[in-house]
Write a protein that binds this ligand. Structure first.
Ligand code: HEC
Ligand code: HEC
Ligand code: HEC
Ligand code: HEC
Length: 133
């Protein structure tokens, strides 16, 4: 995603006003709870909030929409969102752009099983794959 300056973020609640279903699905994922998991002193530690919050200093906790879709200030308005090319031009990412996951899911993380984007992606997508019930 483009380098975000603080003021370019709008927060997940703004996205929810038009994307209620995606929001509710996201709420069920570990990303929405990633900040709550930290102990109080860790919530003030930039070494932790770098990946467990979209922008802790702005109160945007957890891995919110804009961590994957890019900062929304310029695209998260109706007229722009209805024009996909324009939305992309002003910062909207599809969510599965190259490198978006491994920015936080780094190879040296505390996992026994290495991060596999193909296996992890279904948990993140906001709708079931075609044919699923
Ligand atoms: C004012 C209403 C509104 C707001 C606020 C809004 N969107 Fe949208 N969004 C739309 C509309 C309308 C579309 C295009 C039609 C559709 O696919 O639903 C869209 C499409 C999208 C798409 C699909 C783009 C594509 O090319 O397929 C993504 C991703 C998206 N929005 C993310 C977000 C995120 C993240 C936020 C918050 C930062 C946000 N939107 C805020 C109305 C909105
Ligand atoms: C480079 C990004 C990154 C940083 C920095 C980071 N984390 Fe995480 N953390 C992750 C990811 C990604 C996961 C998901 C675990 C996984 O890989 O399955 C995670 C998972 C966790 C979990 C859950 C572990 C589990 O067993 O389920 C805790 C607790 C946690 N991190 C605490 C911290 C603390 C405390 C810090 C600061 C000292 C920190 N993290 C810094 C990316 C990061
Ligand atoms: C961990 C990354 C991630 C987060 C966080 C995330 N998304 Fe997505 N989003 C994706 C991926 C991946 C896709 C599917 C991309 C594709 O297939 O084109 C997607 C697709 C979408 C779409 C296109 C329509 C659809 O349902 O597939 C919309 C709208 C959307 N996201 C909105 C949101 C909103 C609103 C939030 C926050 C409440 C959010 N996303 C949080 C990764 C993410
Ligand atoms: C801004 C950092 C960040 C980004 C970007 C990110 N994640 Fe995460 N992800 C985390 C953290 C932190 C956790 C741990 C949440 C917890 O358990 O508290 C996590 C947890 C997960 C989990 C559940 C634990 C696991 O490893 O099985 C999945 C699945 C996942 N992420 C997939 C993805 C995918 C797929 C993408 C890219 C589309 C992505 N993430 C992008 C930070 C991020």
């Amino acid at each position: 995603m483009p380098e975000a300056v603080a003021s370019d973020l709008v927060g997940a609640l703004r996205c929810r006003t038009c994307h209620a279903e995606a929001y509710e699905q996201w709420r069920q994922t570990p990303h929405a709870r990633a900040f709550d998991r930290l102990a109080p002193e860790q919530r003030r530690d930039p070494r932790c909030t770098a990946c467990h919050a979209t922008a802790a200093d702005e109160g945007l906790t957890g891995v919110q929409c804009e961590s994957c879709h890019g900062p929304g200030r310029h695209y998260a308005v109706d007229a722009v969102m209805r024009d996909p090319a324009l939305a992309r031009a002003v910062g909207l990412d599809r969510g599965d752009a190259a490198g978006v996951c491994t920015r936080c899911h780094t190879a040296d993380g505390p996992r026994l099983v290495p991060f596999d984007p193909d296996a992890a992606m279904p948990l993140v997508r906001h709708r079931p794959p075609p044919g699923a019930h």
